[in-house]
Design a protein around this ligand. Structure first.
Ligand code: TXA
Ligand code: MG
Length: 324
């Protein structure tokens, strides 16, 4: 059993040293916390899969601090990548690129591509720069469980199992990055919706960008392997309502005992009697984790029109509710 250290923001050199020695260190990004390891260290990469209990066929994202870091991780980089990078790097976007042979096959889980992302969080980029090479980092949660949006969540899942956690407090965005594949140059495909929308990507690429239709199904042929597994799941079942009326009928017949209610900021006043929590990208995972801690029996979620347009939130919500 390791003693997991909480590393302050003024001691990033310490975290970098641990990473250089092949240890795992969780660090904040603007989306969610990442469980980092040096990208060229196969032993450290295997530790990530073991600590998370992550299926070996689920590839990792390479986190870079500058475009120079691409030299030893990607080849045949298309112009479209640079167009996207110019606008969205650093930021919550992961682009799949053909993998350089020096990246261990364990990192890409046998695939010929590697996801590349430059986090907007300064601490993440500083840490990568101090290590001197890209870091692979999946979300810092046990496989299948809600992602970590605070360093305390990382401790809940990994205390005694990893060397250190960087103390970055709350993540700004709260849902993972948008993942885009440029494999078919005529048809860029979103494999995971996130803060950066298809429309924003389309504007820069000047071609149609669609969300992969495979995301809707529980498919073993999903082009992003991670999407085929149960994900982000709290212990309690989630019940989703699409209108206030539907929810009010339910509440009238069912007492809100041992249940937790989530509604949008705008609807809060209409449900104040039930003391609801606010549904938002930023606090979604922390509320699922709160539910686990308190042992709630059911999570009730009201999605208004605006929520239903929010592809990233609806994707995580449907997965957490095991609807796809
Ligand atoms: O915001 C994020 O992206 C966070 C932070 C830490 O950067 N990271 C993250 O990593 O969410 P992870 O491993 O939890 O999710 C990566 C997703 C998975 O669904 C995986 O299957 C997909 O991206 N992915 C990664 N590399 C891929 C590849 N080469 N081809 C297809 N899908 C890939
Ligand atoms: Mg994840």
């Amino acid at each position: 059993m390791l003693r997991t250290e909480l590393v302050g923001l003024n001691s990033l050199e310490k975290a970098a040293e641990l990473l250089k020695k092949g240890e795992l260190v969780a660090f904040p990004t603007e989306t969610v916390y990442g469980l980092g390891a040096s990208i060229f260290n196969v032993v450290a990469i295997r530790k990530i899969f073991a600590a998370k209990k992550r299926p070996a066929d689920n590839p990792l994202i390479a986190h870079i601090a500058s475009l120079k870091d691409l030299e030893h991780i990607a080849v045949d980089i298309p112009d479209d990548f640079y167009r996207l990078a110019e606008v969205f790097f650093p930021g919550p976007l992961t682009v799949l690129l053909p993998k350089h042979s020096s990246v261990p096959i364990e990192a890409s889980a046998g695939l010929s591509t590697i996801g590349v992302r430059m986090p907007a969080h300064n601490v993440a980029r500083q840490l990568i720069a101090l290590v001197g090479e890209p870091l692979v980092a999946p979300s810092a949660n046990l496989s299948g469980k809600p992602s970590s949006t605070h360093h305390e969540h990382v401790f809940e899942d990994f205390e005694g199992k990893i060397a250190a956690v960087v103390e970055g407090g709350q993540c700004l965005i709260g849902l993972e990055s948008t993942v885009i594949s440029l494999q078919d140059p005529a048809r860029p495909l979103i494999l995971r919706p996130g803060e950066i929308t298809p429309l924003q990507l389309q504007e820069i690429l000047k071609k149609k960008v669609v969300i992969s239709p495979l995301l809707q199904g529980f498919s073993s042929t999903a082009s992003s392997p991670g999407m085929k597994y149960r994900h982000y799941a709290p212990k309690a079942p989630i019940k989703i309502f699409y209108s206030e009326k539907e929810l009010l009928v339910y509440l009238k017949h069912t007492p809100l005992v041992n249940k937790i209610l989530l509604v949008s900021e705008k609807q809060k006043a209409n449900f104040s009697l039930w003391e609801p929590y606010i549904l938002s990208n930023k606090n979604f995972y922390s509320i699922l984790r709160l539910s686990d801690k308190k042992g709630y029996e059911e999570i009730l979620v009201l999605c208004d029109q605006e929520d239903q347009q929010n592809a990233a939130l609806m994707n995580r919500l449907s997965k957490a509710a095991s609807l796809c």
